[in-house]
Design a protein. Structure first.
Ligand code: IVH
Length: 329
């Protein structure tokens, strides 16, 4: 094979590897198996062996892909995803299934906590006697990456809690980048001939997966806490946990609201959709969680998603345009 053809295959491979890395690590939506991915990496390596100068074309830090150098962390409780609902019918189906599963009508206990769905990356924070001891990405839900050093540069995340239970406490939430910081960062990157990030979510993911914590610190990341994993916190409702998070010193989203009927949830959704453009962070829908923790426990999980929570997605991303026609040539 001559150098020119090797180079063109190599560049295609770099693009493919980068794309699959992003699908897997940033979007949690791989399109190929681990084995197929490894085969691409092997192909890249064998081209580098034959034409060593090709390696200069490979990015040193491949965007938001996982970098070697991060320890793996096994989540004690898997980090799951949410079932999606796109309209009122999907929501009714969701609540009907919950009713049926409980074998009781939820009429009296319908109360839900409605929250904006923050478009960032989820993180698990472990506190031991109130002290932050470990932070991890979601990864594949079972195993994430240890990002403790980088997370310690995020001002929103307390190193020591103001109030705390004895022993171990796990707090989960979303790391995100503000839109204003995202635009500033991309302008800077363009002026330095670096490729801009496609969206704040990728920018946040790329910023947290930096081997140099000073780079993470310079990216001004933020955090909203939305979950306590505990069997011993003696609280009865999700809303009490949200208040507890705030008392401990975490930022919680100011729009979080208690809803008592499906109509309340739909009104919340419409309000968030209207207010979406005036927020300085991206949201891609709303999350509704059944408030009563004993009901949550009874409902449990199906596959990779809880039966007690659902994501009500917005119809289209903010800056997405409608494709009216596609012409095949
Ligand atoms: S609760 C059991 N609440 O959405 C699932 N998730 O598809 C617990 N997210 O991976 C998640 N805002 O990264 C929850 N207010 C919110 C959220 C939220 C954003 C993300 C999170 C999760 C994904 C679920």
């Amino acid at each position: 094979m001559d150098f020119a053809s090797a180079k063109s295959i190599y560049i295609d491979l770099l693009r493919e590897i980068e794309r699959h890395n992003r699908l897997y690590h940033t979007h949690d939506a791989p399109e190929i198996t681990d084995m197929e991915f490894d085969a691409l990496v092997e192909q890249k390596k064998s081209l580098e062996k034959e034409f060593p100068s090709l390696a200069d074309l490979a990015p040193e830090t491949p965007g938001s892909a996982t970098l070697p150098g991060f320890q793996k962390v096994n989540h004690q409780t898997p980090m799951l995803s949410l079932e999606n609902a796109f309209d009122e019918k999907d929501l009714k189906d969701f609540f009907n299934r919950a009713h049926r599963f409980l074998g009781q009508s939820l009429d009296g206990d319908f109360t839900c906590v409605a929250e904006p769905k923050i478009d960032g990356l989820s993180a698990s924070l472990i506190y031991q006697n109130g002290k932050l001891v470990q932070a991890a990405t979601r990864g594949d839900g079972r195993t994430g990456e240890d990002i403790t050093t980088n997370v310690k540069t995020i001002h929103d995340i307390p190193h020591h809690l103001m109030t705390f239970p004895e022993g171990r406490l796990e707090v989960r939430g979303e790391i995100y980048m503000r839109l204003s910081d995202f635009h500033t960062l991309n302008k800077l990157r363009e002026s330095e001939n670096e490729p801009p990030f496609a969206n704040p979510r990728n920018a946040a993911a790329g910023s947290i997966r930096q081997l140099d914590p000073d780079v993470t610190a310079s990216r001004k990341l933020h955090f909203f806490a939305y979950q306590i994993i505990s069997e011993t916190d003696h609280l009865f409702t999700h809303m009490e946990r949200i208040s507890a998070l705030s008392t401990m010193g975490f930022p919680v989203n100011p729009h979080i609201q208690l809803c008592h009927t499906l109509q309340d949830l739909l009104r919340f959704y419409e309000r968030m959709e209207r207010e979406r453009d005036s927020l300085d962070y991206e949201i891609d829908g709303c999350v509704y969680k059944i408030n009563d923790l004993s009901l949550q426990e009874r409902l449990g999980f199906v596959g990779k998603a809880p039966r007690f929570a659902v994501a009500h997605k917005f119809k289209a991303a903010k800056a997405q345009s409608l494709i009216e026609d596609v012409l095949f040539q």
